[in-house]
Ligand binder design. Structure first.
Ligand code: SF4
Ligand code: SF4
Length: 448
């Protein structure tokens, strides 16, 4: 399955000046300016920021607050496009130093899909990274722009080495999904420092440390189950490395930088081609008949992508970033950003079928929870505003994977209620110090 480009260039693109956590970029263009593909249109004003580039040729028609898939309005550069595909001159960087790599990432606008500018993950202020992970469990080999799985494997290996160099880490690993046979086959036997790689399944309590020793290498590829979730990073880090990340901390606090396939590919392109991050691959899901993977320009309104799909019936809902953990959109004018991974279209009938019924106490949500919380109780407490009780039941450790909502036969919006309670708790306890979880599955206390 190959990713397909949109057949038509959108009439306009809306490029947010903030597509990451941290500080928004300062606009470098004004109304009436002509821009080329790859031209920098927003500049970082802080280390916790990442540049923004035009994905089209055209004329800037405004810099304005525009709807964003995160549900807010964000200051954005609106560009009326032309048919031209002219780019600025891309200059590859041969053999960049560690410092140059960090600058390249910020200049090329590379950010993780979960929001962090990639250079801040690799070089967090005041922390030392000794292990880099590329989490490829949510991306099949074609999740980027590769001709074959072998090309994917070799580019990912190269990208991993660049990420390791940028961070100063001595060890690195790529984690693929257990059932992603193409990726496993592609990585199997790849030569690293003269040794052939073996893709190791993470079994039982065996974590990466075991495989670094077993394979006598500082670079390994391992496979594990796919785990989805907005706040998955700490859970993923523990699962893979055995390092415990306390609540309120992130993997960089335990020396681990977690990057995604898209940012790894963007770094590869920035170094080898000098190309900034202005297009991305998203997957299309739901009641649509269109390519499953689409290569789109950042800033493309959702409506232009939906137009290229054949849709059965009337659209009932558009969801960004997955049915289970994503956000329903109130307008199809929202643009694809660096944080967009998928677009789901639901019919009106599918939306109506989602009406909630009463809880039957079947406990399927409890069985489904990967971190052993009690969603059946949490959703009731959240709905009743009993946030202190939610806190006592460790709601903050929810990784927002949505498995509970998915498993619930009564279609109760458990995840939304949990998020609501978590937000209320976060606001009320802003000064909470990092703490460990009593829950062994979260890896924040107890043994490895
Ligand atoms: S409570 Fe629900 S969303 Fe949270 S971790 Fe458990 S299953 Fe996932
Ligand atoms: S799965 Fe749904 S119906 Fe069953 S206990 Fe959980 S919330 Fe209640």
């Amino acid at each position: 399955m190959e990713s397909k480009r949109l057949k038509t260039i959108p009439e306009k693109v809306v490029i947010p000046l903030k597509q990451h956590n941290g500080v928004a970029c300062k606009p470098l263009v004004k109304k009436g300016d002509q821009v080329l593909i790859g031209q920098k249109i927003g500049e970082s004003v802080s280390y916790y920021s990442s540049d923004v580039h035009s994905s089209v040729c055209g004329e800037v028609t405004g810099i304005e607050e525009a709807p964003n898939p995160n549900g807010n309005k964000v200051l954005s550069v609106v560009i009326k496009t032309t048919e031209s595909e002219e780019t600025v001159a891309f200059v590859p960087k041969k053999h960049p130093s560690q410092k140059e790599l960090i600058t390249i990432m910020q200049d090329a606008g590379i950010v993780e899909h979960y929001g962090a500018p990639t250079h801040t993950v690799l070089k967090p202020e005041g922390k030392k990274i000794d292990l880099v992970l590329i989490n490829a469990t949510a991306s099949e080999w074609i999740g980027g722009k590769y001709a074959t799985p072998k090309e994917y494997a070799s580019q990912m290996m190269d990208a991993l080495k660049l990420l390791m160099k940028a961070s100063g880490a001595v060890k690195g690993a790529i984690i693929v999904r257990k059932d992603d046979e193409d990726s496993i086959e592609a990585f199997e036997g790849v030569k690293v420092d003269g040794k052939a790689l073996r893709v190791a399944p993470l079994l039982g309590t065996r974590r990466l440390g075991h495989y670094f020793k077993d394979q006598g290498s500082n670079v390994v590829v391992a496979s594990q189950e796919r785990v989805l979730g907005r706040n998955i990073l700490n859970f993923f880090t523990y699962n893979v490395t055995g390092r415990k990340v306390a609540l309120g901390c992130n993997p960089t606090d335990v020396g681990v930088a977690v990057c995604g396939v898209k940012s790894a590919k963007a770094l590869y392109d920035a170094v080898h081609e000098g190309k900034p991050y202005y297009e991305t691959v998203i997957s299309m899901e739901g009641a649509v008949n269109c390519p499953e993977l689409m290569l789109v320009r950042i800033g493309t309104p959702f409506k232009d992508i939906v137009r290229e799909c054949t849709f059965n019936g009337e659209i009932g809902k558009i969801i960004a970033n997955g049915v289970i953990t994503g956000i329903a959109q109130y307008t199809d004018e929202v643009p694809v950003t660096k944080g967009t991974t998928r677009i789901t279209l639901l019919t009106k009938e599918q939306v109506l079928r989602d009406e909630s019924l009463d809880c039957t106490h079947c406990a399927r949500c409890v069985d489904a929870c990967p971190v052993s919380l009690l969603p059946t109780r949490l959703h009731v407490l959240a709905e009743q505003g009993r946030f202190d009780e939610c806190r006592k039941m460790h709601i903050q450790f929810c990784i927002e994977c949505g498995r509970c909502s998915f498993a619930c036969p009564s279609k109760i919006h458990i995840l939304q209620l949990i998020r609501y309670a978590k937000n209320a708790i976060e606001q009320a306890y802003e000064d909470d110090t990092p703490k460990e979880s009593p829950n062994l599955k979260l890896g924040c206390c107890g043994g490895e």
